[in-house]
Ligand binder design. Structure first.
Ligand SMILES: [Zn+2]
Length: 248
């Protein structure tokens, strides 16, 4: 999967809310951690946060353009709320049905940290209205709520969002049993790592032939495959270069 992550504000004159803490600081902390976690889980990440902008509208347009130009699969904008010091809790904004399902999954994970569930809502925020893929805007919690800020931990918040995103994507793509036909001697790469410089021991040679797989999808320049058992080097999923194999 390719995720477009938008760290809210952090681009003057586009700056966030102020409360017990600063929204700009928190969105950057959560967003940076979220990007690292998604990458570590084997997903592609595009940082959609601009460096400079002439106006708030320009800042928002640049975020949308980055997501659309990179054809990300899911767009995620990270924000924090502020209101009157007593409002608290977490909410997600989504426009399409697919986005709402992703948003519900993310919100369930955030609520499991102890935040009040304020629901998945529809509001035509610029970045979710103008992106061309399922898009969610997360209001993680309230920066002016002492109770929310007492509960808030950037790493736990990022982990919850990651779990919500990846969990939902997996549940929305049911297993598709197929046959992986390897056409030339090649290697299997562990699907949890993306580096081009993988340790030799983590890469497994595979000979031409037909192999049953439980699930498969095309990503970037390879197939992600889930084996029917963990017989392939003790792992149950791998990447295979797409020019070395096909699916039947
Ligand atoms: Zn905001």
């Amino acid at each position: 999967m390719k995720f477009g992550i938008d760290i809210g504000h952090n681009c003057p004159p586009d700056t966030g809310a102020t409360g017990v803490k600063q929204e700009d600081v928190l969105t950057k902390d959560v967003g940076t951690r979220l990007m690292a976690k998604l990458s570590a889980a084997g997903h592609s990440v595009i940082n959609c946060t601009p460096n400079t902008a002439s106006t708030v509208n320009d800042s928002l347009q640049k975020r949308v353009d980055k997501a659309n130009n990179n054809n990300v699969d899911v767009f995620v904008s990270i924000h924090f709320n502020a209101f009157n010091g007593t409002a608290n809790g977490s909410e997600v904004y989504a426009l399409s049905r697919t986005a709402a399902a992703i948003g519900r999954s993310v919100l369930d994970e955030i609520v499991s940290l102890g935040f009040v569930d304020q629901g998945v809502e529809k509001a035509p925020f610029f970045v979710i209205r103008n992106t061309s893929m399922p898009a969610i805007l997360i209001e993680c919690c309230f920066v002016d709520s002492p109770s929310d800020m007492g509960l808030f931990d950037a790493n736990k918040m990022a982990e919850a969002i990651k779990d919500g995103l990846i969990g939902d994507v997996k549940s929305s793509s049911p297993a598709q049993p197929a046959t992986l036909v390897v056409t030339t001697n090649t290697v299997l790469k562990p699907s949890t790592e993306q580096s081009a410089n993988l340790p030799a021991a983590s890469v497994v040679a595979i000979a031409p032939g037909s192999y049953p797989v439980l699930n498969v999808r095309r990503e970037e320049r390879h197939f992600w495959v889930k084996w029917t058992d963990n017989s392939q080097a003790g792992r149950d999923e791998h990447f295979v270069f797409e020019d070395h194999a096909n699916i039947q």
